[in-house]
Design a protein around this ligand. Sequence first.
Ligand SMILES: [Fe+2]
Ligand SMILES: [Fe+2]
Length: 182
Amino acid sequence: MADGKTIRHLPGDRRPDTRAMIRVDQAGEYGAARIYAGQLAVMGGRHKMAGEIRHMAAQEQRHLDGMDRVMRERGVRPTIFGPLWHVAGHALGAATALIGPKAAMACTEAVETIIDQHYGEQTEALADGSDPELKAMIDDYRADEVEHRDAAAAHTGTTAHPVLQAVVRAGCRAAIAVAKRI
Ligand SMILES: [Fe+2]
Ligand SMILES: [Fe+2]
C-alpha cells in the first residue's frame, strides 16, 4: 500500500467515504446530463419547454465538470458502468420525451427528487467537516437540482404519470446503490 490512493475505506471507519461519494455523484451527474440530452434530441429546439431543458442541461454540465475535476485531482476511479449510463440516461430522456413533454417533466421530477435526497444524505454525512470542498460542491449543485425538481413539478403536476415516476425513482435508487460500490 505504498500508494495512499489504494487504501480502502474499511468497515467501522466512521469518516464519510468521500471517494465513493465522488464516484456515485460523477455517475449521477453524467446520467442527468444524458437524460436532458435525450429529451432535447426528441423535443428539438422548437418546443416551448426546450429552452428550460437546455438551461437544466447546462447546469448538469457544470455539475459534471466539477465532479470530473475532483475525480481527476483525487485519482478516484469512475464507475465501471459509465457506458451503461451513457445509453440508459439518453434512452430514459428520449423515451419519456416521446411519450410527451409532461412525461419528460414527470421523469425529471422523479430523478431530481432522488438526487436531492441523495445529496441531502451526503451533505449531512459531511457536516463533520471532513471534506469542506466536496460539501460546498454538493450544497451548490443540490440547490440547482431542487430548482429542476420544482420547475418540472410546475409543468407536470403531482398526479400525472405516477407509475412512470415510481419506476424512475426505483431505477435511480438502484443506480446510486450500484455506483457506490463499483
Ligand atoms: Fe446535477
Ligand atoms: Fe439536476
